[in-house]
Design a protein around this ligand. Structure first.
Ligand code: PBG
Length: 324
């Protein structure tokens, strides 16, 4: 007999499609990256990230209020540090009155319920544009970790809810967790960039923060895109060391890794859909080659379907506007 099963029955109308849909994107899924600069009245577009901006603190305040109204409840803060404050020891990163520390307070003050996550890595502060301390052309792991640990404490003191180390040094989650506990910051969470690849998709982000490496590349600390099992090893270690949320980064090219990790762990998994992924969609749609909204939603859905419990994405506002 002709097939009893016809899979197309479940696709005949939007009503039935929405009934059987397995993956739903909502405002709850997003973490919104925010780029912050010194100054006043600044909202400047990032050249390689159309319709994405750096904000000075006064305008950041308005932006987070708007995000909250849209139902976006988590932000991830990055700062663009003036060149004259960059060195090889992350000195400015530990300044209690530094741009990051002020930004945390501004956001918490503007919207106290907003979940504030902060980037922890030395690259925006580094005269070499590297995520750690440099000596003899090498990135020194343990010296870097010692600074990242103090940096994390400084963010926690300023009011950060989650610390997000994006540096890929070994052992930093353990050191950060230990210091936070010793200092009484029991509720400050850690979202670890656990499987962060040495990707060419970070280019526009480095434009945004003027943080491109001055020499070499990041392959001695970020992961080789060719590796899969190593991602699980990295992630399990970060969980043992105390990470509350783990992350895979970038998104689209690494969805096999997202699925592997989702199946290997029982903590929430975040995915960072990175700047290059954003730029590709913007550029192709500007040329009229791709349908911006459709491609954006397809990619976000694919990331969530692969196993992401949350997505850090520059599309958060665009997506939420489209959903409402
Ligand atoms: C650096 C950092 C990078 C990103 C987040 N944190 C760039 C890098 O590792 O060079 C990239 C984010 C993006 O491309 O959107 N610690």
């Amino acid at each position: 007999m002709y097939p009893l099963r016809r899979n197309r029955r479940l696709r005949t109308s939007e009503a039935v499609r929405s009934l059987v849909r397995e993956t739903i994107i909502s405002p709850n899924d997003f973490i919104v990256p925010l780029f912050v600069v010194e100054g006043k009245g600044i909202k400047e577009e990032i050249a390689s990230m159309p319709n994405y901006f750096r904000f000075s603190l006064d305008l950041l305040e308005q932006e987070v209020k708007e995000l909250w109204k849209m139902g976006l409840k988590s932000v991830l803060i990055f700062v663009k540090v003036p060149d004259n404050l960059k060195d090889n020891a992350g000195t400015e990163a530990l300044n209690a009155e530094g741009l990051m520390q002020r930004a945390i307070k501004i956001v918490k003050n503007a919207v106290p319920e907003m979940l504030v996550m902060t980037d922890v890595a030395l690259d925006p502060y580094s005269s070499f544009g590297h995520d750690g301390v440099v000596a003899d052309g090498k990135i020194i792991n343990d010296d870097t970790t010692a600074i990242l640990t103090e940096m994390s404490l400084s963010h926690a003191k300023a009011g950060a809810d989650f610390i997000a180390p994006s540096d890929m040094m070994d052992g930093r989650i353990f050191e950060i967790r230990s210091l936070l506990e010793d200092e009484g910051f029991h509720d400050t969470g850690i979202m670890s960039y656990s499987a962060k690849y040495a990707s060419a998709f970070y280019g526009p982000f480095r434009d945004a923060l003027d943080s491109a490496p001055g020499f070499g590349d990041k392959k001695t600390y970020q992961m080789d895109p060719a590796n899969r099992e190593e991602a699980i090893r990295e992630t399990l270690m970060d969980i043992e060391e105390g990470a509350d949320i783990v992350m895979v980064k970038p998104g689209l090219c690494y969805l096999d890794i997202v699925r592997d990790i989702k199946e290997a762990v029982t903590v929430p998994v975040a995915v960072y859909q990175v700047s290059g992924e954003y730029a590709m969609i913007k550029a192709a749609s500007e040329k009229g080659w791709l349908d911006h909204d459709a491609v954006m939603m397809e990619q976000l859905t694919a990331i969530k379907r692969a196993g992401a419990n949350m997505i850090a994405s520059y599309f958060a506002k665009d997506a939420v506007k489209l959903l409402s």
